[in-house]
Every structure is written in structure tokens, then in C-alpha cells.
Design a protein around this ligand. Structure first.
Ligand code: PMP
Length: 508
């Protein structure tokens, strides 16, 4: 039992409680037992139950009877939130591949922002109205019986057809709807299928920091090693700070490639910086991919959200890149329907077939009515791609005004935002806001985590800490930055403006 407890490198309640129960059964022989994250001391009849350094329960016990009572209290404790069966078995311990991956910024901060009095500029959740035709298409489809049943696992036929038609225009090449496109549960599903279909234990995967937070845990779950390379900012002196000031150092990037490098994950337009990679920057990446025979997983979910003076380029269209690239898109970002959770992967048959294998053995298929409605929406916009009314053109125009408003607002309260060239997030160094975070509970957290929690509680405004998009070694570099989402209706931005203005009046 002692050996087992020593091996438990997990902080979870289950492990601590399991150890506690085991201790009870052989208590006379054990004077001290340490479980990482919690300790149980028995010899002097003190039971101390801790989780992550916080004492949950502690009692000095004089007799066997009081000890039994105490264990009963632990059993039924709401703090531990466990069922009786969960307390009984070590088999309830997590699988090794998810070890240490239990915290998640979206779960933590979405919960905080759920209070209706909070103005939510946190998660990338549009609160603007959807295009009317999308809602109409979905409601029509719901009345057709057959469209409410399972459809083709790798993508509903009308949707893969619409996607191939659209992307053939963009790639200037034929795309086979059945073999070179896979419809997935959001872009998350595509990332998961690509990583689990193509990456092996022992492989290295290059991730550019900051990065969309799920890249690292997905690579680790596949048993591979993430290799991080940072975007670095050049000095900007008096002028506006732009996402294009953040670049990769080509030498530094090259130093991360070697014979074990299986893939690089690229994200353009970038979340959270809003960077849109230029042709020259993508060429450096493409050259290295070809030199080291490396795959490229290109997350392009914000492909349509690019602002004046910038152009989104697809690395898959660069010479020598189609055969090694999986390009990922998202209905949530394309049509502002994040709740539909539909995404797609596009790439050569010899790669997509491995993603299909993961899909057929995991989720199998995606929701039919949503896929059919999405296909209709695509056809409407494919037919008017040169028209300003086309959603691919009208949404970025609408968002560019919101971006400029956010820039102005953040500057007016003395911050220096990084102006994004794409996407719908803006980041700013908030340490200048002089927030008094001294009463924040968890002092070990990065500054931005404490700041956002403090701001949500005290100012009723939520955002996302940028260090959530970093590996542990680079968190410090970004912990003064906070990400604000601006795909919000004017009244939401008005409410945020009021909060910022009142705050800045209080400061002066
Ligand atoms: N990649 C990036 C860069 C994202 O920002 C997001 C969503 N915020 C995703 C992937 C996941 O998209 P989806 O909701 O379609 O799964």
C-alpha cells in the first residue's frame, strides 16, 4: 500500500482518498505517509487531508472511534464530491496519457464569466446576430425526416461537395470531396484526428508560442514531445504595436528541426496575437518542412477574418507542401456558429485516410442537419464570392470596425494593444492598469490569471489570460498580457467601454 501511495504522482481527490482509506486499514504499521500534493500523518493521530497544498480537513484524533467518525465524514464530504464506489478502487486513477492535463483555461474562465452581470470579452464567442439564411436553412432542414438520421461518417455528401467547390477555387486545384476532405467535430476534431492519426510516441512536434492551448496537450496525449519556438516582438518605439511585429527568428526555427521532427503546427491568422503570416514567413516554414520531410498541420480557422492590407495565404498551396499539409477550417469561425461544432480537414488522400481511421473509431460521424444547413450556407456564399454581401467579405468588414473601436478604447485608458491583422482577438499589456491583486487567493498563479479573476470579480469584465497559450517555460514572458474578444454586438462593447472608462477615472 505504501509503495502504491508513493507512486501516486497525482493530486486528484481520488488518489488522496484512496490512500487515506488504505492507511486506515493498516494504520498501526504506518507512522507517516506522503502523497504528492497531500499528506496524511497518522503516527501522532493527526489526519491532515490536503489537496494542492490547501488543507481540506484536519483533525487531531484521540481514539479509534473518533478516527472512524472522521473517515465517515470524509466519505460523505461534499468537498471531495466522490461517489462511494469511487473511493474503493485504485482502478479509478487516470490513464497515464492524460496525466497533468486536467486544468483547462476555457473551463475555468467560462465558469467565472457565466455570471450574467459580467461583460464577457473572454471566450471567442460571437454575440452578434448570425446571417439570417443560416438560421432559415437549419429550421427548414429540421423538418425533413431523413436529414435527422446518421449520414456518411467522413462528411455529409452535400457538405464535402460544397467544401471541395469552395477550396478548389482557393487552391486553384481539384479537391476530391470523398478522399481529400474530412468533416469533423469542430476544428478541435480535426486537430485531434490529425495528431492521433499521424503522430507517434517518440516523435517531436514543433509548436509556435503563443499557441492555441489544446495543441500541447493533444501532442502529449499522443505520446510525442512538443518542441516550442517563440514569436518575438521587435521594438516599436513610438508607433502602434502590430501583430506583424511578432515574428519567428528563422535561425531559431531551423534549430528546432531534426530527424525526429514529425510535424509543425501552424496557426494563421493567429489566436491570440492576430498575426497573419506573410508569404516570406510561410516560405521559411515550407522550406524547412521540405528539407526535414516534415508534416504541417495548418490551423486556418480564421481564414476569412483578415483586415485591410493583409492577405491570408495557404501554406498547402506552396510548392512541395500539398502532399505534407493538413489544412483545418471551422464552421464556427466561418459563419459565427461556434455552437455547431463542425470543422474540416483538407489534404492529400495519403494523409486524410489516417485521420479518417481515427474518426471512424472515435466519434464516427457529425450531426446531419447541421452539415446539410452548412452546405446550403456555403452554396449561397460560394455563388457571390465577389459580392460585398458574401459573408466571407462582410464579416471581416464588420469586425474591422470593432477591432478599431477596441484599439481606440484600450489606448484611451493608457494601454498599448497589439493591433491584430486578423482573427477577432486583441491583446494588451494590462500591468499598467495598476490593479491591486494582493488579496487574490492563489499567489502561485501567473499575473494574468490573477488579473482576469480580479477584473471579473471587481470590475465585472472578463477576458482570457494570455499565458494560457504558452508552455510552462514561456508563461512569464506573456503573463502581463490579457486577450479581449471583439466579435461582440455594439451594446456589449458599449458596456465594456463604460467599465474601462469608470476604472480609468478612478485611477486618475
Ligand atoms: N483553432 C483555433 C486557433 C481556435 O481559435 C479555435 C476555437 N477558438 C479552434 C481551433 C477550435 O475551433 P472549433 O470550435 O471549430 O473546434
Amino acid at each position: 500500500m505504501y509503495e502504491e501511495a508513493k507512486e501516486d504522482k497525482n493530486y486528484s481527490n481520488k488518489v488522496c482518498l484512496y490512500s487515506l482509506l488504505s492507511l486506515n486499514s493498516v494504520s498501526k504499521n504506518v507512522s507517516f505517509l506522503l502523497v504528492q500534493g497531500g499528506h496524511l500523518s497518522h503516527g501522532n493521530f493527526i489526519y491532515c487531508f490536503q489537496e494542492k497544498g490547501i488543507v481540506l480537513a484536519q483533525r487531531r484524533l484521540g481514539s479509534l472511534e473518533s478516527r472512524t467518525k472522521f473517515l465517515k465524514t470524509i466519505y460523505s464530504s461534499k468537498i471531495l464530491g466522490l461517489s462511494t464506489s469511487a473511493k474503493m478502487s485504485s482502478k479509478f486513477k487516470n490513464a497515464k496519457r492524460i496525466e497533468g492535463l486536467d486544468s483547462n483555461v476555457w473551463i475555468e474562465f467560462t465558469k467565472l464569466a457565466a455570471d450574467p452581470s459580467v461583460v464577457n470579452l473572454g471566450q471567442g464567442l460571437p454575440d452578434i446576430s448570425l446571417p439570417m439564411y443560416i438560421k432559415e436553412e437549419l429550421s427548414k432542414i429540421a423538418t425533413t425526416d431523413s436529414l435527422n438520421q446518421y449520414t456518411r461518417g467522413f462528411g455529409h455528401p452535400s457538405l464535402v461537395k460544397a467544401l471541395s467547390c469552395l477550396y478548389e477555387k482557393l487552391y486553384q486545384n481539384q479537391i476530391n470531396p470523398d478522399k481529400e476532405i474530412l468533416v469533423t467535430v469542430g476544428a478541435y476534431g480535426s486537430l485531434f484526428n490529425a495528431i492521433h492519426g499521424l503522430i507517434d510516441e517518440g516523435d517531436e512536434v514543433i509548436i509556435i508560442v503563443p499557441f492555441y492551448d489544446c495543441y500541447e496537450p493533444m501532442v502529449r496525449m499522443a505520446g510525442a514531445t512538443p518542441v516550442f519556438v517563440p514569436l518575438r516582438s521587435k521594438p516599436v518605439d513610438g508607433r502602434k504595436w502590430s501583430s506583424s511585429d511578432w515574428t519567428l527568428d528563422p535561425q531559431e526555427l531551423a534549430s528546432k528541426f531534426n530527424s525526429k521532427t514529425k510535424a509543425i503546427i501552424l496557426n494563421t491568422p493567429h489566436n491570440p496575437l492576430g498575426k497573419v503570416y506573410t508569404r516570406e514567413e510561410l516560405q521559411v516554414i515550407a522550406d524547412l518542412c521540405i528539407k526535414y520531410d516534415t508534416l504541417c498541420i495548418s490551423d486556418e480557422v480564421y481564414e476569412w477574418l483578415v483586415y485591410a492590407g493583409n492577405k491570408h495565404l495557404k501554406i498547402a498551396t506552396f510548392p512541395g507542401m500539398w502532399e505534407r499539409t493538413i489544412t483545418i477550417g471551422s464552421a464556427g469561425k466561418t459563419f459565427s456558429v461556434t455552437g455547431w461544432k463542425l470543422g474540416w480537414s483538407i489534404g492529400p488522400d495519403h494523409l486524410i485516410k489516417h485521420l479518417q481511421t481515427v474518426q471512424q473509431n472515435t466519434v464516427y460521424t457529425c450531426a446531419t442537419p447541421l452539415q446539410e444547413a452548412l452546405a446550403h450556407a456555403f452554396w449561397i456564399d460560394i455563388k457571390r464570392m465577389d459580392d460585398p454581401e458574401c459573408y466571407f467579405n462582410s464579416l471581416p468588414k464588420e469586425l474591422e470596425l470593432k477591432r478599431d473601436r477596441m484599439v481606440h478604447l484600450l489606448e484611451s485608458i493608457g494601454l498599448k494593444p497589439i493591433v491584430p491583422d486578423g482573427g477577432y482577438f486583441i491583446i494588451a499589456d494590462v500591468s499598467l492598469m495598476d490593479a491591486d491583486l494582493s488579496d487574490m487567493e492563489n499567489n502561485n498563479e501567473p499575473y494574468d490569471y490573477k488579473f482576469v479573476k480580479w477584473m471579473t470579480k471587481n470590475k465585472k469584465l472578463s477576458a482570457i489570460p494570455v499565458s494560457a497559450f504558452c508552455n510552462s517555460e514561456t508563461k512569464l514572458q506573456f503573463e502581463k498580457f490579457v486577450r479581449f474578444c471583439f466579435i461582440k454586438k455594439d451594446s456589449t462593447l458599449d458596456a465594456a467601454e463604460e467599465i474601462f472608462k469608470a476604472w480609468s477615472r478612478q485611477k486618475s
